[in-house]
Write a protein that binds this ligand. Structure first.
Ligand code: ZN
Length: 189
């Protein structure tokens, strides 16, 4: 069993380290960083948005808010472009909180959907990788991120792509809209 949060805090709060980020090619920032103090564990986890499906904005959103839908899944794209060329989010139509909460049939279908969407995004071209990620600490409604990074920019590889998404200036809106339309067409094909 893992340490309790209190045990972890006791052991770790005076021993925090700054990893050698300046040696990392993908570290987006310059200057010497300092680590924030590790705060003590709280009494309980803060509820996520839409917990238990109550007031869940994802459940309440109409299909028209999505780039693409089928009977089980909906693919969300944001209103405005961000720094990475393509960022979209896959959600089950029904409200589930964790991947392990999905019924087997839907979990199997999820595997197919992750592959299908990754393939469709990659087919747009000029992309080095499509990162497929799930965090889930904000909204409870299960959602998977697809974050495509540009090809041939070694500095943008790896997990910091999610940070570069906020650092790079937004993709031109016409390019972004054309790519989303092509993605939708690829998924409909
Ligand atoms: Zn929901």
């Amino acid at each position: 069993m893992p340490e309790t949060p209190e045990e972890l805090w006791e052991r770790a709060h005076d021993e925090l380290r700054v990893p050698p980020v300046e040696e990392w090619d993908t570290w987006p920032f310059e200057g010497e960083p300092s680590v924030r103090p590790l705060e003590r564990p709280v009494e309980r986890e803060r509820p996520r948005f839409g917990e238990g499906g109550v007031d869940c904005r994802r459940c309440a959103a109409p299909d028209a808010d999505y780039l693409w839908t089928n009977e089980r899944w909906r693919l969300f794209s944001f209103e405005k472009p961000s720094g990475l060329p393509v960022v979209v989010v896959l959600e089950p139509r029904e409200h589930f909180g964790e991947p392990g909460d999905l019924p087997d049939e839907l979990a199997s279908d999820l595997g197919l959907m992750l592959a299908r969407i990754e393939r469709a995004i990659r087919s747009l071209g000029e992309l080095g990788r499509v990162h497929v990620c799930r965090w889930g600490d904000g909204g409870e409604h299960l959602h998977w991120w697809f974050m495509a990074r540009p090809a041939r920019v070694p500095q943008l590889i790896g997990s910091f792509a999610a940070i570069w998404d906020d650092i790079l200036p937004p993709t031109p809106e016409d390019v972004w809209r054309a790519d989303l339309a092509a993605l939708k067409a690829a998924l409909d094909a």
